[in-house]
Design a protein. Structure first.
Length: 243
């Protein structure tokens, strides 16, 4: 594929180079981890300096679209799974909307005594057992997220539900519980031995950790969810609208 830059254009050269690189990234020839032409060849083809080219490359590396390896070259990054905090759906529904088939690698349902924080969130007696749902999920190629959910006894889950179905579909259709509000905390942690084994990463690897506090149509808390995501396979996107 031939590219060229208009040196008479008022658009800065590095911006033109960046736009051409974005086009190149979307070319099937360069997708799925294939390497781009080396910097010397590309700079010569575009008739720009290597420093100008690097300025464009650095922008795309920063955005996670390109991966640069010293002594090897620059290649197109494999797309990561993303999730948006606005207009959120169940995990299954959101992934299906993105054309991603979700696979359950593990699914465990148990009844447990809540810790103090969870009991306080649900405002229940700490001695009252609650349902705990654990799911290791991902694509066919492998898992990228481990979920732990705790549910308020009021919801009425028995533990016999088919949790291969979308969770909020089960809650709405079978238990008339509608998730209307989610409050979330997102941060980074190092994978301990347990999480590292689940997500198939090295102990100490960076993990995206998300806490989600979910409320029903009556503004009552009904789910406390913990999500552990592989940092190399997932990005969490936040949309904010100024009113």
């Amino acid at each position: 594929m031939k590219f060229s830059i208009d040196h008479k254009s008022p658009v800065p050269l590095h911006i033109q180079a960046e736009n051409l690189l974005r086009t190149m990234i979307n070319d099937p020839e360069h997708l799925n981890g294939k390497f781009l032409p080396n910097e010397v060849e590309l700079a010569k083809q575009l008739a720009i300096s290597r420093s100008t080219l690097r300025q464009a490359l650095n922008k795309l590396v920063y955005e996670g679209l390109l991966i640069r390896k010293k002594g090897i070259g620059t290649k197109v990054a494999e797309p990561v799974i993303s999730s948006k905090s606005k207009n959120w759906l169940s995990f299954t529904q959101e992934m299906n909307a993105r054309g991603i088939n979700v696979k359950n690698f593990e699914l465990h349902v148990t009844w447990v005594t809540p810790d103090e924080k969870t009991a306080n969130f649900f405002d229940i007696d700490p001695s009252k057992k609650i349902l705990k749902l654990e799911r290791l999920r991902g694509k066919v190629e492998g898992p990228f997220v481990y979920f732990i959910s705790y549910f308020h006894p009021r919801v009425g889950l028995s533990g016999e539900e088919d949790f291969k179905r979308p969770l909020y579909d089960i809650l709405e259709k079978d238990h008339l519980v509608v998730a209307t509000l989610s409050k979330e905390e997102v941060g980074a942690i190092a994978a301990d031995k347990f999480i590292a084994a689940k997500l198939e990463v090295e102990v100490g690897s960076p993990i995206l950790f998300r806490k989600r506090f979910v409320y029903d149509q009556g503004d009552r808390p009904f789910e406390y969810n913990l999500g552990y995501y592989r940092a190399d396979s997932f990005v969490y996107t936040v949309e904010s609208v100024r009113e």
